[in-house]
Each structure stands twice: as structure tokens, then as C-alpha cells.
Design a protein around this ligand. Sequence first.
Ligand SMILES: Nc1nc2c(ncn2[C@@H]2O[C@H](COP(=O)(O)OP(=O)(O)OP(=O)(O)O)[C@@H](O)[C@H]2O)c(=O)[nH]1
Ligand SMILES: [Mg+2]
Length: 167
Amino acid sequence: MSSAGMPQAKRLRIGVFGKRNSGKSSLVYALMSQEKALASGKVTDPVFRAAEIRGLGPVTFMDTIGFDDIRKPSEQQTKETAAGTDIAIVLVPNASMELELAWMNRLRKAGAVVIPVVSCIDELPDEGREIAAAVQEASGRKTLRVSTHANIGVAELMAEIARHASA
Ligand SMILES: Nc1nc2c(ncn2[C@@H]2O[C@H](COP(=O)(O)OP(=O)(O)OP(=O)(O)O)[C@@H](O)[C@H]2O)c(=O)[nH]1
Ligand SMILES: [Mg+2]
């Protein structure tokens, strides 16, 4: 607890959004530099994990349920998570991106800074460059590419998060 009268630093909340199996949990763990193996399993609630980003202080990473998940509570839970998100990483794992673009809009309207990320790029032709260009064009947001399996782009994403966080 902080002592009375001491302003408490706002804890930055970084949410990772995307469809089922888009690599959300793996990315949360990769960003937190933990073992990928720990990311297996399904989340049934938004997961809150505390971390420090060097030079930025404490942040909270929020893992979320896939926004196309058929389980009933997920839409509401994801909405609630969206409302508390400062930086929203939205994963696009393939060329189908309508739902993702709609969520980028929703998150932006909820006040979040949106970072679109093409995920699992080790499985994509061209390492996802063409898809990233399409997402960037459609969203108007700088779009990054990551693979947690091949460890591509995770450091760049962290740098982008830090850039927004300190802005
Ligand atoms: N090829 C490849 N597979 C990945 C990558 N990231 C995650 N995966 C795999 O994709 C599957 C889903 O990964 P998760 O991180 O659990 O995805 P998720 O979005 O959290 O999934 P849900 O929580 O079920 O919605 C797992 O089998 C992962 O090993 C990646 O960068 N490349
Ligand atoms: Mg998950």
C-alpha cells in the first residue's frame, strides 16, 4: 500500500486480443520472457499477469479469451477487458481479418492504443508481409509481425509497446 497522499503510478494495462488459437497466450508468455511451454492450456477468464518493462515500471499483461470463442461468457468478458485496456495488441494469424479489424475499431473507441500484429508468421508465406501490408492499409495502424515459435519480432513488439507507453 502506498502511504496516504502519495500518488500511485498508474499501472499500464496491455491486452492481447485475437481469435481462438491465434497465439495470444504464447505471446503473453514470450513478452514476459517465460517458457512457451507454460502457455499451453485454455484460459477461461481473462488472465492478469504482472510484469516490469525496463524503464517503464510495472505493467499488467492481459491474456483474453478468443473473440470468436463459442463459450457464452467470453464476449462479455472480452468486452470488460477491452474497457480497461491502455494498449491493445490485436493478433491476425491469417488473411481473414474482418473480425480483427472490427475489434480494432471497438478497442480504439474504448480508448486503447491499438497495435495490430500478424502472428504465427513462421506458418505464413512471405512471413506474413503481404497480410501485414493489408492490415496496415485497412487499419491505418503500423502493423508488426511476430512468431513466438521462431522468436521473430517479439523484441520489436516490446519496443513498440514501450514507445507507446512512454508517449
Ligand atoms: N507455428 C506457430 N504456432 C504457434 C505460434 N504461437 C502459438 N502457436 C501455437 O498455436 C496454438 C495456440 O497457441 P496459444 O498461444 O494457446 O493461442 P491462444 O490464442 O492463446 O489460444 P486460445 O487461448 O485457445 O484462444 C498452440 O499450439 C501454439 O503452440 C507461432 O508463433 N507459430
Ligand atoms: Mg490462450
